[in-house]
Design a binder for this molecule. Sequence first.
Ligand code: GCO
Ligand code: MG
Length: 449
Amino acid sequence: MDRREALGWLSAGGLGLLSPAARAAQETSTAATRGLPPLKITDIKTILTAPNRIRLVIVKVMTSEPGLYGIGCATFTQRARVVQTALDQYLKPFLIGRDVDQIEDIWQSSYVSSYWRNGPVLFNAMSGVDMALWDIKGKRASMPLYQLLGGKCRFGAALYAHVNGRSIKEVEDNARAAMAKGYRHVRVQIAIPGLSTYGTQVADANQPARHEMSSPTEPKEIWEPGPYLRTVPRLFEHLRTTLGEEVEMLHDVHERITPAQAVSLCKELERYHPFFIEDPLPPEEKDHFHLIRQHSTVPIAMGELFNSQQEYLPLIAGRLIDFIRIHISQIGGLSPARKVAALCEFFGVKTAWHGPGDASPVAHAAQLALELASPNFGIHEGYVFPAVTRDVFPGTPEVKNGYLYAHEAPGLGIDIDEKLAAKYPVCDDPPFDFRWGMTRRRDGTVIRP
Ligand code: GCO
Ligand code: MG
């Protein structure tokens, strides 16, 4: 029996074991499948917008069905224009005319279309297209995307609130305010007097950097590990004592320290039972994660800087981390992310996809679809978009009582108001935030990052 005969046989009810009603239903659904018109990609638009001053890159994939399109996130905020070029000059001509239903094939062929691959620019460009194709598939199926991914495992995704402060007391007050809004998870960051500390940044990101090593380093650019390493355990001790046992506390080290310092910090924080400690080491030091594991049971979250599978696979397969923090658009979109989520499930790793303000509302909607359908979901990074951004992106998922809820519309359930988006152009002068690459030790040495 050839394939066509086999399909005919199946749609005719196989061995005839189907009841007449079941056979009628099957025939209708087979006809419906046959009835879906093949669709082509007719255009790919790149939209840059910055409603709350963060440069976002959004992709809109148009199809041969009038009015049917999908949107995706391609945001690499530090290099937005480069992603735009990758899309407009390279991916768009490569993909026009392709069948919108072949998401995996489009991903695989785009991946090798530049021969060299695995970079944040090309992966973000691919992610914009990939998410948009999933959005289209959901619209075609008249289903919210989480349904296509397996259906809901939970009603909403718990998210953590970003809490920071200039003093331990201020962090406590801000944590209480977040808890009063219903958050049960708080990520706590504290400013270290006289130092430029991640998560409490006060310096103007758009200030041009010095182009030479300054001597001495400007105070607002200095960061030293010592005072930080002595302050964070005190912060946790205070918060655990004053906020009680219920609240879950998280902290982002944001690299910056040595392997030995990371081990020592994790050991010290263990007694306060953090939910996770994030990026205790930079990706370049990933072979040192086993040291942390040997000395501490603190749950480790890692991955926002990863691009390729060669980077994250060893940490997952080696059971060296507890939460995967990949920035979904940085690895090429939802297609690879759902594979990572499934892989993580088998290795006891939960998802905590990277979701700050430079993951657009479209990216948050895509993450949420995956989170609702992943048994091993851990936590969603909370970023409450201001009203202006929510207006540009109608359908931005709602935050309520410490949970993120999906809109039940087909596909990603989110759209972009292009006219409004155009009112918030990205800043091209300067075209990027100068704060990256500016933080130095007192002697002028650049720190990561
Ligand atoms: C986080 C991150 C971000 C990054 C930012 C870089 O955990 O939310 O570390 O704050 O620093 O996304 O652009
Ligand atoms: Mg981080």
